[in-house]
Design a protein around this ligand. Structure first.
Ligand code: ADE
Length: 266
């Protein structure tokens, strides 16, 4: 069971994605638990102000530190030490992750690593930024879902929850195994086909109908390699390749007759 505590100014944004399909089922079957916390509820004063103008000027509003610190302290039932939360971290206290375009990129191995924690706090940034003391004295990790800027961390947090949840053992049925997914072995996935064997004059590759299991596996590996080389050579450079993989790519790679023809499936 992984428990996600999500700190946000817009808890209503999460309703749709968390109430359908795999995330819904994973909650019902107690593989995950999601608690949404409105940061505004932890802001002091009648007006519950959560943002303010930046010191030194410049445009935009900055999220104040106090409501976020208060929220974390209430959720975890602790006082954050003066020296910062990291002093406690590792003694049974969960990671506190800030979603920000300045964070480390979320990758499949990063999502996999998060399946092993019991609890995880996700802080969704908004406005132009967040007071730096949240970064320095509260969060343990910063994650980005890609090199582009969203209006806030909410969509990013949903993506983290989704990417982690589907990797928790038991969440997907056997037939939906994740081991062959794109990125799980550092390569993109091979193309898929289903019935009919011929659709509008386009036949599926013969190998899929041959019943020759070993040859089929080899074809899939080759398709993965060609596809990754054509679309994401940056991934191929980091992937664990066998001698046979390298020999295949050397023979069929870019510049060879079939190197570019890696199909159009996803
Ligand atoms: N908040 C705004 N942009 C983001 C991104 N790319 N990743 C995570 N959080 C964000």
């Amino acid at each position: 069971m992984v428990r996600f505590d999500i700190l946000t100014l817009f808890p209503e944004m999460f309703a749709g994605p968390f109430e359908a399909s795999i995330i819904k089922r994973a909650q019902e079957n107690h593989f995950i638990e999601i608690a949404l916390h409105n940061i505004r509820d932890y802001a002091p004063g009648k007006h519950r102000v959560t943002d303010d103008t930046p010191y030194g000027g410049g445009g935009g509003m900055i999220m104040k530190p106090e409501p976020i610190f208060n929220a974390v302290e209430a959720i975890l039932g602790i006082d954050v030490p003066q020296a910062g939360y990291r002093e406690r971290y590792g003694q049974g206290y969960p990671p506190i992750i800030l979603l920000t375009p300045q964070g480390q990129l979320l990758t499949q191995p990063a999502a996999q690593a998060l399946t092993t924690v019991e609890r995880l706090l996700l802080i969704c940034g908004r406005y132009e930024g967040i007071d730096e003391r949240v970064r320095r004295y509260l969060v343990t990790d910063e994650l980005s879902i890609g090199d582009y800027v969203l209006s806030g961390g909410e969509l990013a947090a949903m993506i983290v929850v989704d990417a982690v949840t589907r990797l928790i053992p038991g969440v997907l049925g056997d037939t939906e195994a994740t081991a062959k997914d794109s990125h799980s072995e550092g390569l993109l996935e091979y193309p898929h086909y289903t019935r009919p064997a011929e659709f509008r004059g386009h036949a599926v590759p013969d190998i899929l109908l041959s019943g020759h299991h070993a040859k089929l596996e080899e074809w899939r590996r080759h398709q993965s390699l060609l596809r990754t080389q054509a679309r994401r050579p940056d991934l191929l450079a980091l992937a664990q390749l066998s001698e046979a993989d390298r020999a295949f790519l050397a023979q069929h790679g870019p510049g060879s007759a079939d190197g570019a023809d890696e199909g159009n499936g996803v």
